[in-house]
Every structure is written in structure tokens, then in C-alpha cells.
Write a protein that binds this ligand. Structure first.
Ligand SMILES: [Zn+2]
Length: 67
């Protein structure tokens, strides 16, 4: 049974530009916030303070995957 960590997770955080829910996503070495509506990327840092359960779970998976 293989487990694949998600590369993207929808959060409840609103986009700074359009207020639609942001997606947290990762590439090989970075994690960022992505707005599917504006197609914009935002740096993760300003959002960490407001992170919701979905984001926290995603971050845990990111760190586990470094093994
Ligand atoms: Zn947006």
C-alpha cells in the first residue's frame, strides 16, 4: 500500500487579491500559497501565522517527505 503525500492542499485562507480560498502547494524545495483563481503564487511566510488545520497537516507531510 503506497502512500503519496499530496502536493497541493486547499486551505481556508483567503487570497489577498480576490478572497477566494488559497491552495498550499510544494515543489521540490519550496512551499508556497497558490491562488487557483488569479493563478498567482504567494510566499508562504506571511500566511504561516494564520495557518489552518489543512495547512498544518500539509506542512507535516512536507517535512516527513524529506526522508
Ligand atoms: Zn486570488
Amino acid at each position: 500500500m503506497a502512500y503519496f503525500a499530496k502536493r497541493e492542499q486547499v486551505t481556508t485562507l483567503p487570497c489577498p487579491d480576490c478572497a477566494k480560498p488559497l491552495t498550499i502547494a510544494r515543489s521540490c524545495f519550496e512551499v508556497f500559497m497558490l491562488c487557483p483563481n488569479c493563478q498567482k503564487r504567494f510566499p508562504l511566510k506571511p500566511f504561516i501565522k494564520q495557518s489552518d488545520a489543512a495547512m498544518e497537516e500539509f506542512m507535516e507531510n512536507v517535512y516527513c517527505n524529506r526522508i
